[in-house]
Design a protein around this ligand. Structure first.
Ligand code: THU
Length: 137
């Protein structure tokens, strides 16, 4: 799975977003170390706070299927499904990533569909000095 293929899976996942309140469609595609891919979209709620982000949907799908080791995630988002720039992961999603991923885990932040443009960050770039499971040993 190339970075470009993973990005296209994330962009496709935007179509399934359930976003009656914000109108922001977000899609994520998570590559597991074994080569499998789990996609996710954001799922909003009339009570607002139960809303879950696309990244966490992808992680929770994967973890609930027994996956624990991950290589990278691609993320895309935008109002009414239009990607007009980067839509980076929120802090809560970064913390969920930190539960399962090493510092070197890669986050591909898509900023354009055509042409396909994305920036690559590591988890350490986006969440330095993170509170990780190692502190609870
Ligand atoms: N959202 C995500 O899906 N991922 C993020 O990392 C940032 C925010 C969603 C939540 C909400 O449905 C919409 O984008 C606007 O905040």
């Amino acid at each position: 799975m190339t970075n470009e293929e993973l990005c296209l899976r994330a962009i496709d996942a935007m179509d399934l977003a359930y976003v009656p309140y914000s109108g922001y469609h977000v899609g994520a595609a998570l590559l597991c170390e074994d080569g499998t891919v789990y996609t996710g979209c954001n799922i909003e709620n009339a009570s607002y706070t139960p809303t879950v982000c696309a990244e966490r949907t992808a992680f929770f799908k994967a973890v609930s299927e027994g996956k624990r080791r991950f290589t990278r995630i691609a993320v895309a988002g935008g109002k009414d499904g239009q990607i007009v720039g980067a839509f980076p992961p929120c802090g809560v999603c970064r913390q969920v990533m930190s539960e399962f991923c090493e510092d070197s885990f890669e986050i591909l932040v898509i900023r354009s569909k055509t042409p396909l443009l994305y920036d690559v960050f590591t988890l350490n770039d986006l969440l330095p000095l993170r509170f990780s499971p190692s502190y609870l040993k």
